[in-house]
Design a protein around this ligand. Sequence first.
Ligand SMILES: Nc1ncnc2c1ncn2[C@@H]1O[C@H](COP(=O)(O)OP(=O)(O)O)[C@@H](O)[C@H]1O
Ligand SMILES: [Mg+2]
Length: 340
Amino acid sequence: MPATRLGIGPRLRYLGERARRIDVGSVITRGRESAQRHGKWTPAVVVDMLWQAGFHNVGFQDYADYDFAILTRAERATYMTHPVSNQLSQRFDHPDYRHLFHHKVEFNRTFSDHLQRAWMVVDETNAEEVRDFVTAQGTVVAKEPIGQAGTGVHRYHAADVEDWGDFHRGLLTRGEILLEEVIVQHPDLAAVCPGTVNTTRVTAFFDGEKTHILAIAQKFGRGAVSDQMSFGGFYTMLDDGGRADGPGYDSHENVHVTHPDTGFAIADFTLPMIDEVTAFVDRVARVVPQVQYVGWDIVVTPEGPVLVEGNWAAGVYENKPSVTGIRTGHKPRYRAAIGF
Ligand SMILES: Nc1ncnc2c1ncn2[C@@H]1O[C@H](COP(=O)(O)OP(=O)(O)O)[C@@H](O)[C@H]1O
Ligand SMILES: [Mg+2]
């Protein structure tokens, strides 16, 4: 029996692609890690992982991240997974409009009313404008327009620049053509990690009339420009009131009861202005209604939420049972809202 009631066409295509891409080394490594972590027998975990991937739409990383090795069949069925999320993106994010999300400059143009910060695009002719912008800002975030698996974001300080001509050419050569003012986050977020702007990932579905909040994750950085895992970041899930479900974790087996740099107890975190966040997500979800299923990265500032980016092919952020003690995921919410 299929794990979801999505169309058979996309499902078969996805399974076909998966089989071609199957990486035996990676399934064994992840299987061994999961088995050791939970005191299970590695071969049994590897076979279970393959079975889950083949017949239940569970990615190997999903299996490891959400501790499937210790969950019952009924508990597993409550988890959102990356293959299911991919199918939802294919079905509910119209191909003609995806570029408005995929390309960060196009995104900023489309959502300019919701950014609440200065930004500019670097081109061959505007070295002076770049110098004026960076000098006025003091520090800027520079972005490569097409996502580089979370590594295309950089930070520059005007004080470090010796030659503005070189600086401008360097940005162009490296493709870092989007410059942004640094967002100032709410003090409650800065209390956990002041050196990184900590974003809230709100996964939402707009059904044409109503915006459904499917899941909320709070990411925390480690002082680098970005809060992504590639920069050492981690996350915890929030409830509808903005309260953390438990400690933080990432996809590399790290668990953070407290923030390693500030000592803030992650389970004690509450996102401020949760009602404003919900209303904000409803507003941005209506800007491009053809793209219905989106992972919104937002930042709560002292003046309210601002938009960082919208991910049309939204990744999955879920609860990790061994860390929170909660053994259910968010899939029932997705099913109720989207009707699959
Ligand atoms: N203007 C900004 N000011 C401060 N931090 C930012 C800004 N833009 C992005 N960031 C940080 O960088 C991270 C990644 O940025 P984002 O645009 O979402 O790119 P991606 O997720 O594709 O790497 C954000 O989650 C945030 O931590
Ligand atoms: Mg992002």
